[in-house]
Ligand binder design. Sequence first.
Ligand code: VGL
Ligand code: ZN
Length: 201
Amino acid sequence: MSQALIVIDVQNDFCPGGSLAVPGGDEVVAPINALMRQFETVILTQDWHPAGHSSFATSHRQKAPFEMIEMPYGPQVLWPDHCVQGTEGAQFHPDLNTQGDLILRKGFRPMIDSYSGFFENDQTTPTGLEGYLRNRGISDVTLVGLATDFCVAYTALDAARLGFRVSVDLDACRAIDLEGSLDRSLSEMQAAGVQLKTGSG
Ligand code: VGL
Ligand code: ZN
């Protein structure tokens, strides 16, 4: 049994002061740095959008952040501009230990968003992470980071569907919680067999 820690999107724009700040987003940094010492393999994901990305409200006429639109691949939340390639907001939190084995960037295709570290939001375009994990003989993944109800949950659900054993350490995650999205994501993860841990239990 080989395990990997996957650290999701701990970037300045998702921390207080950022353009899509997750409440308490910076509070995940210390527990994640501590957890990293327990894993042989550490992977970090980085939300990495080109300017004018189709998930940004500013790319659509008369749309405000957090409204929904219909994309060819289904419903999509519109976000404030965030994690634009090369900007300060796209950088990892300055206190995060980034000495991982792999930094996986996602969301770089202009016309499609990518919450999950495994598949883009059309649920068919792969990022390559599955192959990376399998080639490394990894069967178990623990997920931490931002945001619980979007990128962490989507990654966890894909990992479970692909047959990995999945845990989410909720003490090292924070949520956006958009119209009940946190409760919904927790139920979906539980139903998919994802182990939800708190208190390091
Ligand atoms: C995320 C919204 C848009 C996340 C990324 O990391 O959860 N959420 N892009
Ligand atoms: Zn994004």
